[in-house]
Design a protein around this ligand. Structure first.
Ligand code: GDP
Length: 440
C-alpha cells in the first residue's frame, strides 16, 4: 500500500507530525522532491528534531528511508543532519537509500541563489537561499551532477570543468563578481569564481559515506510494492507552492504534489492508493506572493503568529516570521483538488481556542464579483477575502483525546471546513504532541 502525506496549503501545515506517526508504522518512507529549503519538526521520545532532507522514518529502526531522484540533494546538509539531529540523540543508525539518479545540490547553487536575490533587491522572491531554484534550473538545463557521477573520476572532473566555464562566465557577466568589494569572509566566498578541482574534492569527500547508501530507488520501490510493503510518500511544502499549479512565480522549483512521486521516486501512478492531505485550521505562508486571507492588522497577526504551532509561526529552517491569515476555503479546496486528496488531516485547531469568533475566508471577491475557484496569479493579486465568522470555543482543547469530546463549536468548525473543501477530514490534530490526534 502506498500512502502519500502532502500539504494542501502553502507548506508548514504540520505534515511532520502526521508523517512521523505514520512513519512509525511504515516499511519505507520516501522523499521525492524539494531539498533542505523546508523543514519538518518532529517531536517524539528522542526530543524535538528539525528534519530538512532526511525522511521522517529515520526514527523508526525498521523503516527504509528513501531519497528519490526528484530531491535536491545537498550532501553537506544531509550528513550534518544525520549526525546532529539523529545519531547524536542516540537514535540507532537509520536505514537510508539514496537514488543513484538524484542530482547533487552544489555549493555554487547556494552562491547563485544568494546573488540572484541580491540582484533582484526589493523584487526578491524571498528565497531561503538554499540553492533550490538554481539547482532545478541546472537540472532542466542538463547541467546537473548526478550522484552516480561521484564514483567516476574522469567523467566527474570533465563535467565539472564544463560547468565551471559556464558558471564563471555567468558570475562575471551577470553578477559582476570581479567588480565587487567583499566586506566579510562570507562575501569573499560569494564573489569568488568556482574552482572545478575544489568541487571535485568536495564531492569525492562524501564518497565513502555515500557508497553503501546509493542504489536504484525505482526498482527497490517496485519490489516493495510487489511484496505488499507499507510505503509512505513524504511531501514537502504544499500545493500552492507547486511550480506548475501554484502562485507562480512565488512558488518553489519542484512539485510538492503527490503525483510527482511517480517522477521523483519512480512510483507507478496506479499504486498510490491514499493521498492524505494536511490542511491547517488557519493559514500561514512564507515569502512574498498573493495571500488573500492574510491578517493585515499587525497586532492581530502577531497574536496568531505567537500562538501558532508549538513555538509560534517562525520558519523551521530560517527562523523568520511567517505571514499568517485565516483559513482560506478557496485556496484549500484548490490545494486538495491538485493533490488528489482522498482524505484530509486538519491540524492546529487548538491554536484558535483564544478567539470569540473565528473569521474564515469563504470566497474571494474579484472586481465586485464573488468567486469560488482559485484564480491565476494576476487575478489573485486583485482578490479580496469574503469573510464569514464562526463561533469560537474559548478554551484549551489540546488535552482532548476523542473527537466527540471536543466542544460543539470546535466540531462545527471542523465540519464547516469539511463541507467547504469537499474531502473527508479523517484526522484532527489538536496539539503538537504525537498523541494529540483525533480520528473521525
Ligand atoms: P510541515 O512543514 O508541514 O512539516 O510543518 P511542521 O511539521 O514543521 O509543523 C509546523 C509546526 O506545527 C511544528 O512546530 C509542529 O510541532 C506544529 N504542529 C503540528 N500539528 C500541530 C497541532 O495540531 N497543533 C499545534 N499547536 N501545533 C502543531
Amino acid at each position: 500500500m502506498v500512502r502519500a502525506i502532502v500539504g494542501g496549503n502553502w507548506g508548514d501545515e504540520g505534515k511532520g507530525k502526521i508523517t512521523d506517526m505514520l512513519g512509525a508504522q511504515s516499511d519505507v518512507v520516501v522523499r521525492f522532491q524539494g531539498g533542505a529549503n523546508a523543514g519538518h519538526t518532529i517531536i517524539n521520545e528522542y526530543g524535538r528534531a528539525a528534519l530538512h532532507l532526511l525522511p521522517s522514518g529515520v526514527f523508526n529502526p525498521h523503516a527504509v528511508n528513501v531519497i528519490g531522484q526528484g530531491v535536491a540533494l545537498d550532501l553537506d546538509k544531509l550528513f550534518r543532519e544525520l549526525d546532529e539531529e539523529v545519531l547524536s540523540k542516540g537514535v540507532p543508525t537509520p536505514k537510508l537509500l539514496i537514488s543513484d539518479r538524484a542530482h547533487v545540490l552544489m555549493p555554487y547553487h547556494i552562491q547563485f541563489d544568494t546573488l540572484e536575490e541580491m540582484r533582484l533587491a526589493d523584487k526578491a522572491y524571498g528565497s531561503t537561499k538554499s540553492g533550490i531554484a538554481p539547482f532545478y534550473s541546472d537540472k532542466v538545463m542538463k547541467k546537473g551532477i548526478q550522484v552516480c557521477e561521484i564514483f567516476h573520476d574522469d567523467l566527474l572532473m570533465e563535467h565539472l570543468q564544463e560547468i565551471a566555464a559556464l558558471k564563471n562566465a555567468q558570475l562575471t557577466d551577470i553578477y559582476h563578481i570581479d567588480r565587487r568589494e567583499p566586506r566579510s569572509e562570507a562575501e569573499k566566498k560569494l564573489f569568488s569564481p568556482i574552482d572545478p578541482k575544489e568541487l571535485f574534492d568536495y564531492l569525492v569527500s562524501f564518497r565513502d559515506r555515500l557508497r553503501p547508501l546509493v542504489g536504484d530507488v525505482a526498482s527497490f520501490l517496485h519490489q516493495c510494492i510487489r511484496e505488499g510493503k507499507q510505503i509512505l510518500l513524504e511531501g514537502q511544502l504544499g500545493s500552492l507552492k507547486d511550480t506548475d499549479n501554484g502562485i507562480y512565480p512565488m512558488v518553489t522549483s519542484s512539485s510538492p504534489l503527490a503525483g510527482f512521486a511517480c517522477v521523483g521516486a519512480g512510483i507507478p501512478p496506479y499504486a498510490i492508493s491514499d493521498v492524505i492531505t494536511v490542511v491547517k485550521a488557519y493559514s500561514s505562508a512564507v515569502g512574498a506572493g498573493a495571500f488573500v486571507s492574510e491578517i493585515l492588522d499587525p497586532v492581530q497577526a502577531e497574536e496568531l503568529r505567537r500562538r501558532g504551532g508549538d513555538k509560534g509561526e517562525y520558519g523551521a529552517t530560517t527562523g523568520r516570521p511567517r505571514r499568517v491569515g485565516w483559513f482560506d476555503a478557496v485556496a484549500t479546496r484548490y490545494g486538495c483538488m491538485m493533490q488528489g486528496a482522498t482524505e484530509v488531516a486538519l491540524t492546529n485547531i487548538d491554536v484558535l481556542g483564544y478567539l470569540d469568533e473565528i473569521p474564515v475566508c469563504a470566497a474571494y471577491e474579484l472586481d465586485g464579483r464573488r468567486i469560488d475557484a482559485f484564480p491565476v496569479t494576476p487575478l489573485l493579486e486583485k482578490c479580496k477575502p469574503v469573510i464569514e465568522k464562526l463561533p469560537g470555543w474559548k478554551c484549551d482543547i489540546s488535552h482532548i483525546r476523542a473527537y466527540k469530546d471536543l466542544p460543539a463549536n470546535a466540531r462545527r468548525y471542523v465540519e464547516y471546513i469539511e463541507e467547504q473543501i469537499g474531502v473527508r477530514i479523517s484526522m484532527v490534530s489538536n496539539g503538537p504532541a504525537r498523541e494529540s490526534i483525533l480520528y473521525r
